[in-house]
Design a protein around this ligand. Structure first.
Ligand SMILES: Nc1ncnc2c1ncn2[C@@H]1O[C@H](COP(=O)(O)OP(=O)(O)O)[C@@H](O)[C@H]1O
Ligand SMILES: [Mg+2]
Length: 316
């Protein structure tokens, strides 16, 4: 793979709102052709960052470039290359999808011929003449994406686009965003507090916590990092508590009903599990099954890196 084309670059972004410093030295780069997930719990600073990128919030310290154009010094060129949805896009419910897009095209001075292409991308062609009031939330969100795409931006940035969507709506949106990135070369940036969604949608994630960027990771890095260090096993036994006691308790052991969960170092996991089975059998504890558990994923890495679960204590 050649050198990747940087579409969005943020460096040294500090933001203070009121008297509180919200963002602390945010640095990140996003590339053409990728879906980049901006992941962090509620209140982490995702919306603040995105608002600054799309020009809804004044940048007070740091530098943001879109396709190489500084958003302050080359504001118009920078903005010509970004399309975004922050919070819900304004739509007129009594008008049809097409009428809404026409209205938007008029305001932005865009050619009406862009409407059909954008609508096709978001797969709304056969509903575009229906009134918005008849649209599902997912369809409205897709219409918002169509609107954001009409001036053919290189950067599409969406703040929590799957909020409130049902699983089908999430899948439809995910497929559209992946296609935009992977087939049309758009740099798609989506924020979310839902790790499971980012895992399915993104090529890379940047993790933000309390206004600071913890790091950026490719999905492969997350999967291999987690595979490398730990191996989890589940032992089904007749008495998990007794089994835990036989093994000497400890942090890597959790007993739950008939299940004993073991967190092993992957380098020694095989010997450890053989030894464990031997010990339990010697103590007359019956073992019914032993299963390796799926390796840790984004969620575990996130908790490890930030020391917390995602916003609201909700694990997705
Ligand atoms: N206008 C504002 N004035 C003061 N604080 C704000 C303002 N907007 C957001 N904040 C605070 O900034 C922090 C980050 O908010 P936000 O960027 O909305 O986070 P996220 O989108 O990741 O949930 C939060 O603590 C929030 O309370
Ligand atoms: Mg937000």
């Amino acid at each position: 793979m050649g050198k990747r084309e940087v579409v969005l670059s943020i460096s040294g972004l500090n933001t203070t709102l009121g008297k509180k410093q919200i963002l602390h030295n945010i640095n990140m780069e996003c590339y053409a052709g990728e879906v980049f997930g901006f992941l962090g719990p509620n209140g982490a600073g995702k919306t603040t960052t995105i608002k600054t990128v799309v020009g809804l919030l004044l940048l007070d310290e740091g530098e943001i470039k879109i396709c190489g154009y500084d958003i302050l010094k080359d504001h118009e060129k920078a903005m010509a290359n970004v399309g975004g949805i922050v919070e819900n896009p304004e739509m007129y419910k009594y008008m049809t999808g097409r009428e809404n897009l026409k209205q938007y095209a008029r305001i932005r001075g865009l050619d009406f011929s862009e409407i059909d292409k954008a609508v096709e991308i978001v797969k709304l062609t056969n509903r575009i003449n229906d009134k918005i009031s008849k649209y599902s939330l997912g369809m409205r969100q897709r219409l918002g994406v169509a609107q954001a795409l009409m001036h053919k931006p290189k950067l599409l940035i969406l703040d929590e686009p799957t909020n409130g969507l049902d699983p089908q709506g999430i899948k439809e949106l995910r497929d559209i965003l992946k296609q935009l990135a992977h087939e049309d070369g758009v740099c798609v940036v989506v924020s979310s507090h839902l790790m499971s969604e980012m895992e399915l949608m993104c090529d890379r994630v940047g993790i933000i916590s309390e206004g600071s960027m913890i790091g950026t990771y490719t999905m492969e890095e997350i999967v291999s990092q987690s595979k490398g260090r730990f191996a989890e096993y589940i032992i089904e036994t007749d008495d998990a508590e007794a089994a835990k006691a036989v093994l000497g308790g400890g942090d890597g052991l959790i007993a739950q009903g008939e299940m004993l969960y073991l967190n092993l170092n992957s380098a020694t996991a095989k010997e450890d599990i053989a030894q464990t089975i031997k010990l339990l059998t010697q103590k007359n504890i019956n073992i019914y099954s032993v299963h390796p558990k799926d390796s840790k994923k984004l969620e575990d890495v996130f908790i490890e890196l930030t020391g917390k679960t995602e916003g609201g204590g909700q694990i997705a």
